[in-house]
Design a protein around this ligand. Structure first.
Ligand code: VGL
Ligand code: ZN
Length: 203
């Protein structure tokens, strides 16, 4: 069976949000349209406590974009975003949630970030998504959402590493582009790891 993974399609990642992805709202109608093509639909949700270590505001003197050490890993500092219980953490209003079988929260541990829907950035703890997909008999996953150069890429790369045939729905993603070219580099990295690119209309 094939599964659709909707990555972090949340208000704070949309234009006007705290960590706005340019044209991030463009992925919503695509996410809605492709759901019918899948036997299983799951979503990841970036869900940070207010004291999360990835927020620049929690490190006096630091700015978003600075890089620090967190849990022994390089950590880009972000604006405060997707805080548990906030409207910014909620799924985009236009996203159809009815067919989402399970939501996998991530980034809930203040001491480490989690871009991937499968593991934290240190690969120390699993979210349960991998086991769940296996239990459901999934062999192929199709990944889309926000943002291409962070959570989408990390999710697709982990899916490959776990042995799933993995597709990136190219028009269903948008990148943050902290640095110009980040999105293209992320796509190249995914391709090098045998993630296959597909347009939503060709699924
Ligand atoms: C994301 C940075 C921090 C994402 C989440 O969803 O791509 N990026 N938190
Ligand atoms: Zn985050």
């Amino acid at each position: 069976m094939r599964a659709l993974i909707l990555v972090d399609i949340q208000n704070d990642l949309l234009p006007g949000g705290a960590l706005a992805v340019p044209d991030g709202d463009m992925v919503i109608p695509i996410g809605n349209a492709v759901q019918a093509d899948f036997g299983l639909v799951v979503a990841t949700q970036d869900l940070h406590p207010a004291d999360h270590g990835s927020f620049a505001a929690n490190h006096p003197g630091r700015q978003p974009g600075d890089v620090i050490q967190l849990a022994g890993l390089d950590q880009i500092l972000w604006p405060r975003h997707c805080v548990q219980g906030s409207s910014g953490a909620a799924f985009a209003a236009g996203l159809n949630l009815e067919r989402i079988a399970r939501v996998f929260p991530k980034g809930t541990d203040a001491t480490i970030d989690s871009y991937s829907g499968f593991f934290d950035n240190g690969h120390r703890k699993a979210t349960g998504l991998g086991d769940y997909l296996r239990e459901e008999g999934v062999s192929s996953v199709y990944v889309m959402g926000l943002a291409t150069d962070y959570c989408v890429a990390f999710t697709a790369l982990d899916a490959r590493q776990l042995g799933f045939e993995t597709f990136l729905i190219t028009d269903g993603c948008r990148g943050v582009e902290l640095t110009t070219g980040d999105t293209e580099r992320a796509i190249d990295e995914m391709k090098a790891a045998s993630v296959r690119c597909i347009e939503s209309t060709r699924i």
